[in-house]
Design a protein around this ligand. Structure first.
Ligand SMILES: [Zn+2]
Length: 168
């Protein structure tokens, strides 16, 4: 484990085994640096022409397609974060729908994530267009998708297809 320093008192942290996990802990003030997952959202925005995907203008996954979504800020409810990301990425106001699923994402040496997927529809006659993090937006049949940037988005869309199938 790399040496790092306590964010409360500056003392060198030490690895301590807590409930079977090694967790950096400060021997001086007792601060424990828990590594909790980051929380993100993704949104399946349904239109009569298909679901809305954006083609990414940023890394990771530059040039590939993805659902609108992103990280949740600590003062936001996940649904608010999801609606905000739709506004930013596909420049559309959405009406948030039901929860589609919750996905655990491991990222090699990166921090683990929990992604929450929702369904949504476009509000009024707003129509999606590319926000600044997107090269373009497109409407796709859920079973005929272009290459996606993230496997979690594939999993959410697969679950969406299943839910739609059950709905008949
Ligand atoms: Zn400390």
């Amino acid at each position: 484990m790399a040496v790092n320093f306590c964010q409360q008192c500056g003392h060198a942290m030490e690895a301590k085994t807590i409930e079977g996990r090694e967790v950096p802990t400060c021997p001086k003030c007792g601060f424990t640096a828990w590594r909790n997952p980051l929380v993100a959202t993704m949104v399946v925005v349904e239109t009569s022409g298909g679901i809305v995907l954006g083609r990414r203008a940023i890394e990771p996954g530059y040039g590939l397609w993805c659902l609108p979504g992103g990280f949740v800020n600590e003062d936001e409810a996940p649904q608010e974060a999801a609606a905000r990301e739709c506004q930013e990425e596909i420049a559309a106001q959405v009406d948030m729908g039901t929860l589609l699923g919750i996905y655990h994402i491991t990222r090699g040496d990166g921090r683990g994530m929990i992604a929450i997927a929702y369904r949504a529809t476009i509000h009024g006659d707003d129509s999606p267009s590319a926000g600044h993090e997107m090269l373009e937006v497109g409407l796709f049949a859920p079973d005929h998708l272009p290459e996606l940037a993230f496997s979690s988005h594939r999993r959410a869309i697969a679950d969406y297809i299943e839910v739609m199938g059950e709905a008949g």
